[in-house]
Ligand binder design. Structure first.
Ligand SMILES: Cc1cc2nc3c(=O)[nH]c(=O)nc-3n(C[C@H](O)[C@H](O)[C@H](O)COP(=O)(O)OP(=O)(O)OC[C@H]3O[C@@H](n4cnc5c(N)ncnc54)[C@H](O)[C@@H]3O)c2cc1C
Length: 336
């Protein structure tokens, strides 16, 4: 089949690789300039910063198999960061969860870049509409450079590997699944990016912060194969991010920097500071399914907002398992 996949995050790329290996002809449409989605690494003059996903763990056998292949290829490695909980400046060692924490090298986005090798990716192309054309699908695609949408296709099948809130406008006119997707709203997250001239000399590399606007902070360069320097990332809590969704980024930066100083007790000022808004960061409630596939209409949906057999959602493991489930539900192309 000729299949269009919308979204070049971990879910879209995992699905694309599996379907291509099963003999299908796959094209991935990605609205951003590059691949990775929420597994993103921002390149700055100081080096890369992991803006979204920080690390991942593998709890299921199926995902552990994928991770084993990535580890063998040297794409991901363990991160032995010293993690604590910070309560009003007081650090307490965080209990070991038992699961190893892994990161992609040299940045989280590198995993997606490697998975994208050999896949046809149309970057800078946002899909803004889906239309049935007989038994096939046509896509309305908006390019960065052209003001009007162009038609792409026809495709035998279409797969949406994007957050529920982004999938809804595409699904509503064409699929009854939209009603279920409405339940999987993703909450926002403001991310803070800080570079310092000198070491802060904190006794931890990452912290879950309590009683603060920030929920998580991490010393990005404590991860393996990062550029040397003193680089920190902060993630604001979902509630604070929601309340400040429309705020001026400069104001947000000021407030989050203050929260960083309060949480760490460090008075040192950064030489680089910026913020980034993830409008759809993580699903609050998982959709209790692996993925969605309509064999008659040949439309599918996958992503980290599906529980995919796990307890929660909104993690790299969910995205990968959901994509594997969807690719597994689609019949391989007959061998000639
Ligand atoms: C701040 C933050 C912290 C996180 N921390 C962790 C963590 O520590 N551990 C963990 O396991 N997970 C974490 N996550 C979650 C993790 O990043 C996601 O679970 C995973 O990356 C989701 O992959 P995905 O492919 O389902 O979606 P995405 O990564 O969102 O990929 C979707 C892609 O589709 C593209 N797209 C969207 N709409 C369209 C359209 N209309 N047309 C074309 N392209 C489109 C987007 O640009 C994007 O590239 C975090 C996420 C955030 C935001």
């Amino acid at each position: 089949m000729h299949i269009a996949i919308i979204g070049a995050g971990l879910a879209g790329l995992t699905c694309a690789r599996r379907l291509q290996a099963a003999g299908h002809d796959v094209i991935v449409y990605e609205k951003g300039d590059g691949v990775g989605g929420r597994m993103s690494t921002r390149q700055t003059e100081l080096g890369g910063f992991d803006l979204g996903a920080q690390y991942f763990t593998a709890s299921s056998g199926r995902f552990r198999n994928e991770v084993a292949a990535w580890r063998k290829a040297g794409w991901v490695v363990p991160w032995e960061g010293r993690l604590v909980t910070l309560d009003h400046g007081v650090a307490q060692a965080a209990g070991r969860s038992g699961s190893q924490r892994l990161v992609a090298v040299p940045g989280m986005a590198s995993l997606a870049q490697r998975l994208a090798q050999g896949i046809e990716i149309r970057a800078g192309q946002a899909v803004v509409g889906l239309e049935r054309h007989g038994a096939q699908w046509l896509l309305s695609v908006l390019c960065d450079t052209v003001p009007v949408a162009a038609t792409a296709g026809p495709f035998d099948a279409v797969i949406l590997a994007i957050p529920a809130d982004r999938a809804l406008p595409l699904l509503r006119p064409v699929s009854a699944f939209a009603v279920r997707a409405e339940g999987a709203h993703l909450v926002p997250c403001w991310a803070l990016i800080l570079g310092f001239q000198e070491a802060l000399n904190l006794e931890y590399d990452g912290a879950w912060v309590q009683g603060s606007r920030l929920r998580w902070i991490a010393r990005d360069n404590s991860k393996p194969q990062r550029r040397p320097g003193e680089h920190w990332i902060g993630h604001a809590s979902p509630q604070w991010s929601q309340e400040h969704l429309g705020d001026d980024p400069e104001r947000v930066k000021e407030k989050l920097l203050k929260a960083f100083h309060e949480a760490t007790g460090s008075p040192v000022n950064p030489i680089y500071a910026d913020v980034h808004l993830w409008p759809h960061a993580q699903a609050a409630t998982p959709l209790a399914a692996d993925c969605y596939w309509d064999e008659g209409e040949r439309i599918g949906v996958c992503g980290d907002w599906f529980a995919a057999g796990l307890d929660g959602c909104g993690r790299i493991e969910n995205a990968c398992l959901s994509a594997l489930a969807l690719a597994g539900a689609i019949r391989p192309e007959p061998q000639h």
